[in-house]
Write a protein that binds this ligand. Structure first.
Ligand code: SF4
Length: 366
């Protein structure tokens, strides 16, 4: 189905949640492919797959993607978020970077995401118009990973630093290839996180326990107000249950993870997050391999500037005066909650998890 308006997803996010309505799969308005990408076997596969969805794929004259800029930043955002570009990842991406505390290394199947989260962490990480770029040289990207494997030790690879890979899977099939690839590895493990729910095609593929499928969740008011174009929270929880269920019950038998992010002390936050935990307890009522990652909201001066251009009317709180500052190792500043607020939040979340999911581990709080 063709997306007719950039805010279709946002309207969807405001529907009542009682119906568990699955997310409408994203269809870009414009798809382009570069000549180099088309030379790749996976590039040709993408071309076939996407035209098979009834979308026209424009072949560019050279390897530069043009036509992404509008008259204003808002216009540029709108054009870019409706564009899928099939390109080759540049050579620099083959030199992997560590990504603590989430994993040993990060690598990328794509960059950009069709959703409209008003706190989106990509605002601080990617530059230029936020078009969605899928990498046609995926086989080379995967074959490069062995260079970073630790000898006779588990090595973890994170694939969602610059994208939400499930949001694109119906168009790319790249996640399926990647999960299968890791399924054949001895000591390498894949991790990624999503706010989408189209998991069905991935339930029966041979992951061999080497993929931790994580779902990002939040309190209902945060998701409804700030996470435009994503699957609803109940739909994500339903997907999580299915992913973790054993094969006999029709599930995917995946190790799963819950990423609670970004945690925000909104009015009545204890009540809203308790209600989220209630839903989780009701749906994960069986033994499963479960981890939690707890990430409080933060922003940088740079990410705030970009987000204010993308979402000028946002109600997201980014008030420097009410925050504490942290300096990273490169001298950059980020705004986090004050020590007192952090302590209260951390205590609450740790207690809830210990009480409801004593078998689960909390990987980190930040
Ligand atoms: S789903 Fe993730 S990557 Fe996509 S817009 Fe939301 S925060 Fe950004």
């Amino acid at each position: 189905m063709q997306t007719t308006d950039i805010f279709d997803g946002i309207k969807e996010a405001f529907l009542p949640e009682s119906d568990y309505k699955p997310y409408k799969l994203w269809m870009p308005k414009r798809v382009v492919i570069t000549p180099d990408a088309l030379k790749e076997s996976y590039g040709q596969e993408l071309y076939e797959r996407i035209t098979g969805h009834g979308l026209h794929v424009e072949i560019m004259k050279n390897n530069r993607i043009t036509g992404l800029r509008g008259a204003t930043e808002r216009e540029t955002y709108k054009i870019a978020k409706n564009t899928l570009a099939i390109v080759n990842a540049p050579p620099s991406t083959f030199n992997l970077r560590p990504i603590p505390p989430s994993a040993d290394w990060q690598f990328h199947l794509a960059e950009g995401c069709p959703a409209h989260c008003q706190y989106c962490y990509l605002a601080g990480s990617l530059s230029g118009p936020p078009a969605i770029r899928v990498f046609a040289n995926l086989p080379s990207i995967l074959n490069n990973l062995h260079r970073f494997e630790r000898l006779n030790q588990h090595t973890t690879f994170e694939a969602s630093c610059y994208t939400d890979p499930l949001s694109l899977e119906h168009l790319t099939g790249g996640l399926e290839k990647t999960i299968k690839f890791f399924g054949e590895k001895e000591n390498s493990y894949l991790r990624f996180v999503t706010k989408f729910d189209a998991i069905q095609p991935l339930l029966n593929i041979p992951h061999n326990g080497h993929t931790r499928f994580r779902i990002s969740l939040n309190a209902e008011p945060v998701a409804k107000r700030l996470e435009g174009g994503t699957a609803s929270v109940p739909a994500r929880i339903k997907a999580l249950r299915k992913l973790a269920q054993p094969k006999e019950a029709g599930g995917g038998n995946y190790p799963i993870g819950i990423v609670l992010a970004p945690i925000m002390p909104i009015p009545d936050w204890k009540e809203h997050y308790t209600s989220l935990f209630d839903q989780l307890s009701a749906n994960l009522d069986f033994n499963c391999d479960l981890t939690f990652e707890l990430i409080s909201h933060r922003f940088t001066p740079g990410s705030k500037d970009v987000l204010m251009e993308w979402y000028p009317n946002t109600s997201l709180e980014m008030d420097e005066a009410s925050r504490a500052t942290k300096t990273n190792k490169f001298g950059g500043t980020k705004y986090v909650y004050t020590k007192e607020v952090m302590k209260e939040l951390k205590t609450f979340f740790e207690q809830q998890i210990a009480m409801r999911f004593p078998q689960a581990s909390i990987l980190y709080w930040t």
